[in-house]
Ligand binder design. Structure first.
Ligand SMILES: C[S@@+](CC[C@H](N)C(=O)[O-])C[C@H]1O[C@@H](n2cnc3c(N)ncnc32)[C@H](O)[C@@H]1O
Length: 295
């Protein structure tokens, strides 16, 4: 939901960008974002996204053209490139994009991996290639930073080739109603409404990749988008939902009570109390771009 937010500027964008700029060097230095597999020609994709991409492209990614929205400093983008794809990563953090370009050059992928510094809502102006991607890939911690999912969906659709697909995986909005700190016994406690047109404006100096980090630019603006809003937005943009799967694991320690499940994933200690994440595949019509409207 948008409320009256200016998608192209304002405090929400400035605060969030400053926060992400500050996180980049912390993340690059962290164990959480281990870059060595990339240097060895491999992938750091989490198991959910890796399996999801493999299902979509059973013959591999050679020659596949991928747009990675909100690519951070390019770890997943370069993983997809190492798997054979031609990739464009887009992120609004200059520090992230500079690091992504540096890493692409270091591992010799700069011919097949390009990075664009832009707000998602400016993507069509900064990357004027409508209908040119086989896959838009965006995962883990993305649309929660975006005020308007309807406009996001139109942008995704605008970039897809006829028959092209969106691969999306993220934290489950039902899990985002809880406070990350936890109450008695580390159990998450209810804090945020599931549906709220207004952003949650949060002052939190901590960082998920480094427990010792104390961010100076600690204010963030975040939105919880209900599942029906997300699916409705994709359908309204002309896409068809092909697949939707709920998962009980996420690739970060979402709550103190969450326990490692192997392969970098975290989940509930015992029962499947509530889905923690989901993945969704949507496809563009096979004739013409799904949405060519530019706003
Ligand atoms: C949690 S990270 C995504 C992490 C990603 N899954 C990865 O490869 O590690 C969120 C990213 O969204 C970017 N971002 C947040 N708001 C944005 C916006 N409005 N436009 C473009 N990028 C944005 C941040 O700079 C950050 O890199």
């Amino acid at each position: 939901m948008t409320g009256s937010v200016d998608l192209r500027g304002g405090d929400w964008l400035d605060d969030n960008r400053a926060n992400w700029d500050e996180r980049v060097p912390i993340h690059v230095a962290s164990d959480f974002y281990d870059q060595d597999p990339l240097r060895a020609g491999g992938s750091v994709l989490d198991p959910i996204a890796r399996a999801g991409v493999d299902r979509l492209f059973p013959d591999g990614l050679a020659g596949v053209r991928i747009l990675h929205l909100q690519c951070h400093f390019g770890s997943d983008t370069l993983s997809l490139a190492n798997l054979g794809a031609s990739v464009v990563g887009l992120d609004f953090s200059r520090a992230a994009v500079e690091e992504a370009r540096r890493m692409a050059a270091e591992i010799g992928l700069d011919g097949r991996a390009r990075f664009v510094e832009a707000n998602v809502y400016d993507a069509r102006q900064e990357l004027p290639d409508p209908g040119s991607f086989d896959l838009v890939f965006t995962t883990w911690g993305t649309i929660g930073w975006l005020p308007d999912v309807a406009e996001w969906a139109r942008i995704v659709a605008w970039f897809l080739k006829p028959g092209g697909r969106l691969y999306f995986a993220d934290g489950h909005p039902a899990a985002y109603v809880f406070d990350g700190e936890g109450g008695a016994g580390g159990m998450p406690t209810f804090q945020y409404p599931y549906v709220n047109a207004d952003p949650d404006v949060i002052d939190d100096p901590s960082d998920y990749a480094d427990a010792d980090a104390k961010l100076v630019n600690d204010r963030t603006w975040e939105w919880v988008h209900p599942l029906d809003e997300i699916m409705g937005a994709l359908r309204a943009a002309g896409l068809t939902i092909d697949d939707f799967v709920e998962h009980y694991e996420v690739p970060w320690q979402i709550f103190p009570i969450a326990v490692p499940k192997g392969d970098g994933m975290f989940g509930w200690p015992a029962e499947r109390w509530l889905p923690l994440s989901y993945e969704l595949v949507a496809s563009a019509p096979t004739e013409g771009p799904a949405d060519s409207a530019d706003s």
